[in-house]
Ligand binder design. Structure first.
Ligand code: BES
Ligand code: MN
Ligand code: ZN
Length: 493
């Protein structure tokens, strides 16, 4: 979509969207449409029972003499703080199947900031997102036609800068994460995925790909073990962005990238198994965030690490009961091959702790079904060894609109993964399934590193029954915005 920011005046595009307050009060260019309509607007609004109350909307053919063909009025009540992103997303959703190719969204005269204007643009883009690459029979009439978006606002220069320097690249990152999650597992398997990440070097990222041979020499048996049943070679990809001061300790973002999770020998049931193509959502969020940081030239040093594996049952696959030695030297009894994400992350977290030595480290993973039982699909769960980091993430979560909720960690939970046969087992009991997974990960975090684990099993893949107009496909891209915001708020000062 081509996005531009223009001074607030009546549009020349096919669709024009205006925001109207209670009592049918319009402002800025919106008021010009109304006055030019010579009473027709008020009449049409009355017929549609539209008063400008929050949540209302109505669309009419534009008045004679206007250069637009359709005028859409959105009620915003008397709120002073408007969520422009959500308003824009909602109206886009309702208009997307019209055949119009251009839209102007009028935000002038409402006391909105340049950031509000930029956020409106990403609201439109997120709501217009589709994943139709493989639908060869989809008629053009079923594809969104919208190609050109103009945001008409009070300070277009500042809004343009806000979009170019922050919101645009962040939205690109979310879109990239969505694409990666939506791609099928025969397209995004570890090597193909690594090759896609390699392409991000054009943004100025350094991308290093580790194959099984190099991981083996480092002793990454926990990660490699998960991929033993797969014909496809496991990979670890390290992305480096050095936008901060030279010598400044980096922060680390780590992601679970199980490109397909069959469960392995502890095989999952067939029904719904196809959703497990999204089991690389954590890594997609990290890749999306790294691309956003690079594209907007973030003034911070950040290293992104993703472990890419395919979890398959096979004669060569690891068995329940196998005991493996992880890169950290700690041994793990693999009681359930379906608890594979934590095995992949264990080695990535240890690699990060010892080779990158970050001051803070966050990992994201579609780690447990239990987090869906606890929080549904509304919030991702955060577990952390550091209260300050947890607070930073709560705040970044608020501003980025990617919701999270903290769960506790503690020694009593940690005991649940002790094993008589090895240093630990990879599953706890029936209770606190998300927390015991968090405890497992914590055992691989280096001393003195502030760390948080975000379980996005409920939020990375959109279930039916969620109605956020910004989520249009299976892959939500959850996490890319949150991570980007966390870096922006805490490491670019
Ligand atoms: N990838 C799954 C978790 C998952 C479930 C993600 C549903 C998204 C939606 C993970 O690898 C897994 O299988 N976890 C097991 C852990 C159990 C064996 C301790 C689970 O949650 O059942
Ligand atoms: Mn699994
Ligand atoms: Zn998994």
């Amino acid at each position: 979509m081509k996005v531009s920011f223009i001074a607030d005046k009546p549009a020349t595009s096919a669709l024009a969207v205006i925001l109207v307050r209670d009592g049918l009060k319009a402002q800025g260019a919106a008021a010009d449409y109304v006055s030019a309509s010579d009473g027709q607007f008020a009449k049409a609004a009355k017929a549609a029972f539209f008063t400008g109350a929050k949540g209302q909307s109505f669309s009419s053919f534009a008045p004679v003499g206007s250069k637009v063909s359709r005028l859409v009025a959105v009620g915003v009540g008397k709120d002073n703080e408007l969520d422009t992103e959500m308003i824009a997303a909602k109206v886009t959703k309702s208009l997307l199947m019209t055949r119009e190719t251009s839209m102007t969204l009028h935000l002038g005269g409402l006391g909105l900031s340049p950031d509000d204007a930029a956020r409106a643009a990403i609201g439109v883009r997120l709501a217009a997102y589709r994943f139709d690459n493989y639908r060869t029979k989809l008629p053009a009439s079923k594809k969104p036609a919208l190609k050109t978006l103009k945001i008409s606002c009070d300070d277009p220069a500042k809004a343009r800068a806000s979009y170019a320097n922050f919101y645009g690249p962040v939205c690109d990152g979310t879109v990239l994460a969505r694409d990666l999650v939506n791609e099928p597992p025969n397209v995004i398997y570890p090597k193909a995925y690594a090759a896609r990440i390699k392409k991000l070097e054009k943004l100025g990222l350094k991308v290093e790909v580790f194959g099984e041979r190099r991981m083996k020499t480092m002793g990454m048996n926990a990660l490699i073990g998960v991929g033993l049943g797969s014909e496809r070679e496991s990979q670890m990809v390290v992305m480096t962005w050095n936008g901060g001061k030279k010598g400044d300790k980096p922060t680390c973002l780590v992601g679970k990238g199980v490109t397909f999770d069959t469960g392995g020998i502890s095989l999952k049931p067939g029904n719904g198994m196809w959703d497990m193509k999204g089991d690389m959502g954590g890594s997609a969020a990290v890749v999306g965030a790294m691309s956003a940081l690079a594209a907007r030239k973030a003034k911070a040093n950040v290293v992104g690490i993703v472990g890419l594996v395919e979890n398959m049952p096979d004669g060569k696959a690891q068995l329940p009961g196998d005991i493996i030695t992880s890169m950290s030297g700690q041994t793990i009894e693999v009681q359930n091959t379906d608890a594979e994400g934590r095995l992949v992350l264990a080695d990535c977290l240890h690699y990060a702790s010892t080779k990158i030595k970050p001051k803070a480290m966050i990992n994201l993973a579609t780690l447990t079904g239990a987090v869906i039982v606890a929080l549904g699909h509304e919030h991702a769960a955060i577990m952390s060894n550091d209260d300050d980091l947890a607070k930073q993430l709560a705040s970044a979560s608020e501003t980025s609109t990617e919701k999270t909720w903290r769960l506790p960690l503690g020694p009593a939970y940690d005991r649940l993964i002790d094993s008589p046969n090895a240093d630990m087992k990879n599953i706890g009991g029936r209770s606190a399934g998300s927390i015991t997974a968090g405890q497992f990960l914590q055992r691989f975090v280096g001393k003195g590193i502030a760390w948080a684990h975000i379980d996005i099993a409920g939020t990375a893949m959109k279930p039916s029954g969620r109605h956020d107009p910004r989520e249009t496909t299976f892959g939500t891209g959850f996490g890319a915005r949150l991570l980007n915001r966390w870096i922006a708020d805490n490491y670019e000062g």
